[in-house]
Design a protein around this ligand. Structure first.
Ligand SMILES: Nc1ncnc2c1ncn2[C@@H]1O[C@H](COP(=O)(O)OP(=O)(O)OP(=O)(O)O)[C@@H](O)[C@H]1O
Length: 262
């Protein structure tokens, strides 16, 4: 099988997925096939439908229509099989904040049905690698934004999922923590696992992802290997702006009062 032949090894298969909120169409019938063993980026402007899509893929939000399959299992017909195989770091990340970081991992491990000593061992390693060992007994409510992302990531990785979904994993994270998260994720995908993450930071997506799906207005505008989606453009950012038709919006005279002589 070639690097870019995904038909036999899709981690995620989406067909005709729709979601409306009243009059607002958030996701307008998308089809997507995301390859296994890759770093996959879901990119799009604000309001494109990324979070809604990820919520439907991970079983957090019921689609109006369409189907999603993860590692060969239907998300809505076989949710237990799917949830055993995925890890999720959702946007907003509501956690049990009155637990310490270590307690949160212990609790998550038990929910996942892992034996206590295995959870302890994995938690120690994850806390260490993510540079949270010193804060492991602090309550999560007292964690910074970056620390919350890291403990959320540790909780999502604890059961060694086949596919990991991350909604804006680097938002609010300092460069040192971002590098730590990146190293952990690179090691994880190198072992054959799949990471799907959403972002609007194109440089990040370009440097991390080998496969990209571009979303705008609830639709998929392009999907495929990074080089293919970028095409002849100088960067993914350029290709993205052309795809979503946003080039030059701030260059007309609609803000002619801003700056200059007063
Ligand atoms: N619960 C909801 N009720 C009503 N409208 C919603 C709801 N959730 C999302 N929407 C709308 O659906 C559209 C897609 O939103 P979504 O959050 O999926 O976009 P996004 O690509 O994740 O955006 P961002 O990058 O800004 O987080 C937006 O127009 C949004 O206002």
């Amino acid at each position: 099988m070639g690097q870019d032949d995904i038909s036999a090894a899709a981690a995620v298969r989406i067909e005709g997925l729709w979601k409306r909120f009243g009059e607002q169409v958030a996701v307008a019938g998308i089809d997507l096939e995301l390859p296994a063993g890759r770093f996959v980026g879901l990119v799009g402007p604000n309001g494109a439908g990324k979070t809604t899509t990820l919520s439907m893929i991970t079983g957090l939000l019921r689609p109006d229509s369409g189907r999603v399959e993860i590692a060969g299992h239907d998300v809505w017909q076989d949710p237990a099989a799917v949830k055993a195989r995925i890890g999720v770091l959702p946007e907003g990340l509501r956690m049990f904040e009155r637990l310490s970081g270590r307690e949160l991992l212990a609790y998550t491990g038990r929910l996942r049905g892992l034996p206590g000593d295995e959870v302890d061992q994995r938690a120690t390693q994850l806390l260490d690698v993510l540079d949270l060992a010193g804060a492991q007994h602090k309550l999560v409510i007292d964690y910074s934004t970056g620390m919350r992302k890291k403990i959320g990531l540790a909780a999502a990785l604890l059961h060694n999922p086949e596919v990991l979904f991350l909604d804006e994993p680097f938002e609010g994270v300092d460069p040192v923590s971002a590098q730590t998260i990146r190293t952990v994720l690179e090691r994880y995908t190198a072992s054959g696992a799949t990471v799907v993450f959403s972002s609007h930071v194109m440089e990040l997506v370009e440097s991390l992802c080998s496969w990209v799906a571009v979303m705008a207005g609830g639709r998929i505008r392009a999907q495929g290997p990074l080089a293919e989606v970028r095409g002849d453009a100088a960067s993914l950012q350029e290709a993205f702006l052309a795809l979503v038709g946003a080039r030059g919006r701030a260059q007309d005279d609609s803000l002619d009062w801003l700056g200059g002589a007063r």
